[in-house]
Design a protein around this ligand. Structure first.
Ligand SMILES: CC(C)[C@H](C(=O)O)[C@@H](O)C(=O)O
Ligand code: SF4
Length: 467
């Protein structure tokens, strides 16, 4: 019988089938945890006197509450407050007690959970991966079935390495043709969400495919899958191919020797069979995708930069943002530019930003933060002297973490400020109370930093990184 990529991974992990009254039980290959959504789950284990079922399949990192400043002169990390410090200490204690590998502050593998998993080779094709975090969909870029879970489900997974699930529906999103050189994966996913809406994929696992997807490198594919959740999807997936295998080869947790060969043979069967049907289907013509920005307060409120805010825009969102219908956002002043988050904080993102900033100055009116997704990304950027480009341009080069993506660590914008951000959510107050977020690609963000205002697509130089 012909099957979709999703069906293949789902069926390979079924412990029990679902029935009318009970959900299926799904085996989980990898459980990622961070400091925000795990404390109550560990408390539950203690209360019920349970152990972690598979500590070797559980990996922890610290990212949301961690400071992006360097430790003080005594080597101590300076947290935003007691709560953040406690969360981080609690995670360390829990990992020690339950025998879980932890990439803690000071470890050269620490960083945002969705950046760390792939770069360590923990994320692999065909795996089921869960994490108490909605952007777990990122890992689907490798052909894994990866989705976010709630804190009580973190508890079940720790205790049983399984999770009860109803089978989601599937949605195929075909990207026909290749993106133009000036259009990035971020622009593509914003265009997709603008088209299908924030509820467009609710209850579905999306598979992205077609020439426009195969042509993307792994980091761009992660940007796409990362934002699947912003269209309401359970997960996003891309069938693994040679690009995937090349990315994973030699990573710390990737299989080695004969196991590698066997893994690649197995992974090569992970694709949607000819003739298999998705429950729903959307097609996008890559040639029509333009550099995008958001004008409102959810990721669906997105337009090509050079277009005007539509007549259909909701008044509440415009009031919050301080914009009006039929207005162009080109030349709008920008107070803060944030380059970072699990959507766009990897080395290819930083290279694009450095290319734009090289020999330029960040506008006097604008504050710019560049926050690498992990220590590995930071080290690579520094080996390429990208940090020097950022610093010389007047941007702040920070320590890895989620940072201003949601401001849990104290990196926030002020009420009324406009921030062009490479992150994934522009909800009211997400980057700081009263703060206004405009989502954009790394290149659009970097251009805005230099100009101190939004720059139209036609005025943006082409980056070699995209060419
Ligand atoms: C803190 C965490 C639960 C949350 C999520 O699940 O996504 C955060 O990562 C976010 O991006 O809003
Ligand atoms: S970078 Fe942002 S979106 Fe990603 S996990 Fe952290 S807070 Fe969530």
């Amino acid at each position: 019988m012909v099957k979709t990529l999703f069906d293949k991974v789902w069926e390979a992990h079924l412990v029990t089938q679902e029935s009318r009254d009970t959900p299926a039980i799904l085996y989980i290959d990898t459980h990622l945890i961070h400091e925000v959504t795990s404390p109550q789950a560990f408390a539950m284990l203690r209360e019920k006197k349970l152990k972690v079922r598979c500590p070797q399949k559980t990996f922890a990192t610290m990212d949301h509450s961690t400071p992006t400043s360097k430790p003080d002169s005594n080597g101590n990390y300076v947290f935003n407050g007691e709560k953040e410090k406690l969360q981080v200490e609690q995670l360390k204690k829990n990992c020690q007690e339950f025998g879980i590998s932890l990439f803690e502050l000071g470890d050269d593998r620490q960083g945002i959970v969705h950046v760390v998993g792939p770069e360590q080779g923990i994320t692999q094709p065909g795996k089921t991966i869960v994490c108490g975090d909605s952007h777990t969909s990122t890992h689907g870029a490798f052909g894994a079935l990866a989705f976010g879970i709630g804190t009580s489900e973190v508890g079940y997974t720790l205790a049983t390495q399984c999770i009860p699930q109803r089978k989601p529906k599937t949605m195929g999103i075909e990207v026909k043709g290749k993106l133009a050189p000036e259009v990035s994966a971020k622009d593509l996913i914003l265009a997709i969400i603008a088209k299908i809406g924030i509820g467009g994929a609710t209850g579905h696992v999306i598979e992205y495919y077609g020439e426009g997807i195969s042509a993307l490198d792994m980091e761009a594919r992660m940007t796409i899958c990362n934002m699947s959740i912003e269209a309401g999807a359970k997960a996003g997936m891309i069938a693994p191919d040679q690009v995937t295998f090349d990315y994973l080869a030699g990573r710390p947790y990737s299989p080695k020797g004969d196991s590698w060969d066997r893994a690649v043979t197995a992974w090569s069967n992970l694709f949607t069979d000819e003739g298999a049907k998705f429950d729903s289907y959307v097609s996008i013509n890559a040639a029509n995708v333009k550099p995008m920005i958001t004008y409102g307060t959810n990721p669906e409120m997105a337009i090509p930069i050079d277009e005007k805010i539509p007549e259909s825009a909701t008044q509440q969102a415009l009031n919050y943002m301080g914009f009006v219908k039929n207005e162009s956002l080109v030349d709008k002043n920008v107070d803060v530019v944030f380059v970072g988050s699990c959507t766009n904080s990897r080395i290819t993102d930083l290279r694009v930003v450095a290319e734009v900033l090289k020999g330029q100055r960040v506008s006097e009116k604008t504050r710019m933060l560049v926050v690498p997704g992990s220590h590995q990304v930071k080290a690579q950027a520094e080996a390429e002297n990208l940090d020097q480009v950022f610093i010389e341009a007047g941007a702040e080069w920070r320590e890895p973490g989620c940072s201003m993506c949601l401001g849990m660590n104290g990196d926030i914008i002020q009420p009324g400020q406009i921030c062009v951000s490479t992150s994934n959510r522009n909800f009211e107050g997400r980057q700081g109370k009263g703060g206004r977020t405009i989502l954009a690609s790394p290149r659009t963000a970097a251009m805005a930093a230099i100009a101190g205002k939004l720059v139209g697509a036609s005025a943006q130089p082409l980056c070699e990184e995209y060419a």
